[in-house]
Design a protein around this ligand. Sequence first.
Ligand SMILES: Nc1ncnc2c1ncn2[C@@H]1O[C@H](COP(=O)(O)OP(=O)(O)OP(=O)(O)O)[C@@H](O)[C@H]1O
Ligand SMILES: [Mg+2]
Length: 255
Amino acid sequence: MINWNDFEEAVVSHLNRDISRQNNPNQNDAVRSSLNKPLFIVAGPGSGKTTVIALRVLKLIFVDDIDPSSILATTFTRKAAAELRSRILAWGDQLRHLFMLNPGYSHVRNQLRKINFNQIITGTLDNIAEEILGDYRAPGISSPLVIEDFVSNALMIRVGLFNRRRYDNRALKNFIAKLRGTSWGLNLSEISATIREVKDRFYHDQVNVSQFSNNANHPGIPILCDAINDYNLELQSRILFDFARLEQEFFRLSL
Ligand SMILES: Nc1ncnc2c1ncn2[C@@H]1O[C@H](COP(=O)(O)OP(=O)(O)OP(=O)(O)O)[C@@H](O)[C@H]1O
Ligand SMILES: [Mg+2]
């Protein structure tokens, strides 16, 4: 819709963000890079990452004609996600206003007017997963109920560790001490926290827990896997999701 050079010029002169090739080749490359190429950028704190992501989203819309509803922009914290969204919306409106006044773009004025920046999906991975799983759930299935970390911890202690008095199992304690590199301060809550870390890794790495348990090279591993299994069964039977399970389910359904 909008020519790249006009887009760049508007960003530099009206948003006062110098992304020109001469002065800022890295940001220029990142914002401009072609539509079908995956991009992986490593950049330090305060170096202009959020600026680049916001401008890139706007470039996709203005220059490449991408429908805002098909754009998903995510960050790690709610605060950063909110900041990203507000920058996209504010800059989007400013640029739109500018292009609509440009006689060279009178033929796309209607199209510009109709752009709905609000349709861009932003958020943390967890809240996007929660929202989309809720929106696209099968008929008769209730929205995922996501539990906070402290509830997950309490569940792990109750169903994972109190079951069969696992919290007192020597092999399990030895293995946890080995994972942590020390047995110092190994109380119930530390044991639970470590098991929950392993559980999250199992989810992220798509580990087959029973296979992992069968091939264990430490007597504590099968006990740890049993605790994780009991915890997972409890989540399933109560239709609860912790953050790791939520991401896993989102990933599974998106395949
Ligand atoms: N090309 C640019 N021209 C002018 N100012 C810029 C440019 N890029 C970034 N800035 C400014 O530099 C500051 C830091 O930018 P930004 O917030 O995008 O960085 P960040 O890498 O996301 O930071 P953080 O690590 O804190 O999240 C902001 O005030 C931003 O407006
Ligand atoms: Mg940032």
